[in-house]
Every structure is written in structure tokens, then in C-alpha cells.
Design a protein around this ligand. Structure first.
Ligand code: SAM
Length: 220
């Protein structure tokens, strides 16, 4: 069956799907593997966990998580992306017993309430405008179980002159105001506004990519 991209005001990367796996490690000087590994460590996964990866692209992080899970125990890692071509590459290269991919918009998730033990995203939020950042976070909140974890790595207020240079040049070169919002430091406030516990800023890579961890509060 032909996969179709879903409509969204986010910047989808259908056009880049065929080169993404080669280009991203070059653009990020190989650091992606480092912060993706940190995300996996922060999750402290159990083999039976179910995890959702928002804006998964070609599914590198989704698969790293999946490799820690056991399908027999019910463990599953699901990556969603609005770009069908990204999902096609992800399915072809990274699908497994514990790893699945679906075309979906992060602001309109096709999952029941309280389905996942954790939600993650890597470099997704600077691709969507402010209102969709908010919607994606409230959707993540909805589909997480009480106590479920949220771990996000994304562009944030730069901490070094090099980080400032890269992020401001990206914002203007790619004409991407969504990056400007991240540079202004909106992510932690939006995470809390969606109902999550105040996020902890765990680390910064390159002086402009920050990792945040938070949780959906336990039920009373
Ligand atoms: C920079 S890529 C990051 C991909 C992957 N997470 C990684 O770290 O390599 C951003 C991804 O977000 C996707 N995207 C943009 N808007 C989206 C939306 N509203 N819902 C889901 N995915 C979206 C794009 O198609 C793209 O694959």
C-alpha cells in the first residue's frame, strides 16, 4: 500500500529522506549518536516498556530504543513522522520485532490515551511552529501513562558563541522562525504548560542542542 504524508504546518523532510542518513551525521559531526545514547540511558528502559518517538525521521533513535526491549514481554518502540518518505526508509532499514513506524503528525497522534511508558524526540520541535509545539506536547501528555517519562533533545538557547552562530545562521539561512522560538528558550515552559513536571535540563551539545527530561505526574 502506498504511504501518504499527512498534512501539517511542520517542516517535513520528504525531500531529504533519501540522503538523510548520510547527511545528518556529517552536519552534526557524529554527535547525534552521543545524545541519542544519552536519551536511551535517561529512559532507564524495562524490556516490556512501550515508547513513542515523535518526528522519528529515518528511525535511528526509535531502533536504538527498540533494541533494549523484548517483544515477548510486550516491549515496543514506535516512531511516527509526518513525512511518508522518512517512514518508508525507516521501515526498510530499521523495522524489527520491537520496532514499528507509522506516518502521523505529532500534533494529532493516532493512539489511545495512556498507551506509552515514555515519549522521546530528537531534533523534532524546531521543525514545528509554536502552536504545534504546544499541541505535540499535549498529545504526548495524553498518550503517556501517569508517571510516564518525556525526554527531548532539541535546539535551545545557545550557551557558546559557536552554538549561537550555528543556531542563528540556521534560523535565517533556512528561513525557519520555528528555530527562533527554540533559541528564545520556549521548550521548558511549554513542557510544563502541557502538564508535565518541571523539566530538568540534563546537558547541552555543541552549545545549542539541549536534553530535557520530565514526567507526567502520577495519578492522585
Ligand atoms: C530534523 S528531523 C529529526 C529526525 C530524527 N528524530 C533524528 O533525530 O534524526 C525532523 C523530523 O520531523 C518531521 N516532522 C516535521 N513536522 C512534523 C509533524 N508535525 N509531525 C511529525 N513529524 C514531523 C520531519 O519530517 C523530520 O523527519
Amino acid at each position: 500500500m502506498t504511504l501518504k504524508s499527512v498534512p501539517t504546518r511542520g517542516r517535513t523532510l520528504d525531500h531529504a529522506a533519501f540522503v538523510y542518513d548520510f547527511l545528518e551525521p556529517v552536519l552534526l559531526l557524529g554527535k547525534q549518536a552521543e545524545y541519542d545514547s544519552q536519551i536511551v540511558t535517561l529512559l532507564k528502559l524495562k524490556e516490556l516498556d512501550s515508547v513513542l518517538d515523535l518526528g522519528c525521521g529515518t528511525g535511528v533513535l526509535t531502533r536504538m530504543i527498540a533494541d533494549q526491549l523484548d517483544s515477548g514481554a510486550g516491549g515496543v518502540s514506535i516512531g511516527i513522522d509526518a513525512a511518508a518518505k522518512m517512514i518508508r526508509v525507516a521501515r526498510k532499514k530499521r523495522q524489527s520485532d520491537t520496532c514499528r513506524f507509522e506516518v502521523a503528525a505529532a500534533e494529532d497522534l493516532p493512539f489511545e490515551d495512556e498507551t506509552f511508558d515514555a515519549a522521546v524526540s530528537s531534533l523534532f520541535f524546531h521543525h514545528v511552529p509554536l502552536d504545534l509545539k504546544e499541541k505535540a506536547l499535549s498529545e504526548a501528555f495524553r498518550v503517556l501513562v501517569p508517571g510516564g517519562k518525556l525526554v527531548i533533545a532539541d535546539m535551545h538557547t545557545p550557551t557558546t558563541w559557536m552554538g549561537a552562530l550555528v543556531s542563528h545562521v540556521s534560523r535565517w539561512f533556512f528561513v525557519q522562525p520555528q528555530i527562533g522560538e527554540n533559541i528564545r528558550g520556549v521548550l521548558p515552559q511549554l513542557i510544563e504548560k502541557a502538564g508535565f513536571q518541571p523539566p530538568v535540563h540534563v546537558s547541552t551539545y555543541f552549545g545549542y542542542i539541549a536534553t530535557f527530561i520530565s514526567r507526567k505526574p502520577e495519578a492522585d
